[in-house]
Design a binder for this molecule. Structure first.
Ligand code: NAP
Length: 290
């Protein structure tokens, strides 16, 4: 295989692990906006963003940007304004993640080929495994009761909701799952979980020790929060803005646990292996000879 150049820009520990995998697999690896002692010596550390020009593949962080202003670089203090990134990436294929509509528009305006890897089911479903394990870890850390026999509500029955409900059930919890589609409600009952249709949610909310949210839209406002069991532990998995009126949640003294980027925190090696599989899939789709 001819050596393929891949640049990693920004990101958390999973991108350090990814740099190790890529170097082991004989890719030509360039790094910008990521600093860590475990980055292999064979990787080229760029000192200027201009070194990214014409690199065929660039892998951006998860999420790509937290503020729609700069690329997310939690492990180093390099500030990468999005405009600078778009300027150098015009001839590259960019693997992005959690791209907001503003970012999508910017990629398109700059005519940059890109994909949002978290929109690819092959990746998002696998990524839901470390996410669910991390959510369970956080639940254990923030409560004084066992998950066994506890009453858990999962909000949303998408990729994360499905895997999380499955793992919670296998730990002996009493699992209820909220969904808005009647098809999902039928599946939820079929799997042996308590089904909670969205329009009946409020009447159920007081029954739980743990609430795990995977819906990236605020559906829990004052009235819903007032219906909570005051001892509930609320774990926020969904991306910004999350599913709850966070200020009112704090005002009411509800335990609110933000749980962003769990794969990168609880299982960076596994998460890196998933991103690597994603890269291979994209390289094949782009006609690269592997
Ligand atoms: P997904 O497969 O799209 O599932 C989203 C769920 O939210 C679906 O059940 C969807 O219902 C529901 N939903 C969306 N909009 C809604 C609304 N307005 N009202 C009611 N329900 C609504 O997404 P996912 O892959 O499971 O990811 C879920 C969230 O977790 C995303 O925000 C993602 O970025 C985040 N995430 C976080 C981590 C972490 O480490 N914390 C890891 C992975 C993903 P329908 O199917 O009916 O639309």
């Amino acid at each position: 295989m001819s050596q393929i150049s891949v640049a990693i820009v920004g990101g958390d520990l999973r991108f350090v692990r990814l740099s190790q995998i890529l170097c082991d697999q004989n890719f030509n690896v360039l790094i910008y906006g990521l600093s860590h002692p475990d980055i292999p010596r064979s990787a080229h550390i760029c000192t200027s963003i201009d070194e990214l020009k014409d690199v065929p593949y660039i892998i951006g962080p998860i999420p790509f940007s937290k503020d729609n202003t700069c690329v997310f670089t939690p492990l180093c203090n390099t500030y990468i304004p999005l405009e600078q990134f778009f300027r150098v990436a015009s001839n590259s294929f960019v693997l992005g993640s959690v791209l907001t509509s503003n970012l999508v528009e910017a990629f398109e305006t700059h005519h940059i080929r890109y994909c949002d890897i978290m929109k690819m089911n092959e990746i998002a479903i696998l990524n839901a495994i470390p996410t669910a394990e991390g959510a369970i870890q956080y639940a254990m850390q923030h409560s004084e009761i066992t998950l066994h026999n506890s009453r858990c509500l999962v909000l949303g029955f998408g990729r994360c909701g499905k895997i999380l409900a499955y793992k919670l059930q296998s730990l002996g919890t009493k699992v209820a799952v909220e969904a808005r589609s009647t098809t999902d409600i039928a599946f939820i009952s079929t799997y042996g979980y308590e089904a909670v249709p969205l329009n009946e949610l409020k009447t159920h909310l007081g029954n739980f020790d743990f609430i795990f949210n995977t819906i990236p839209v605020v559906i829990l406002n004052k009235e819903e929060i007032d219906a909570f069991n005051p001892e509930v532990v609320y774990i926020e998995l969904a991306s910004v803005p999350g599913g709850i009126d966070i200020n009112y949640c704090h005002e009411r003294g509800i335990v609110h646990v933000p749980a962003p980027s769990l794969p990168g925190i609880v299982a960076p090696k596994s998460a890196a292996a998933i991103i690597y599989q994603c890269l291979l899939l994209i390289l094949r789709n782009q006609g690269a000879s592997l």
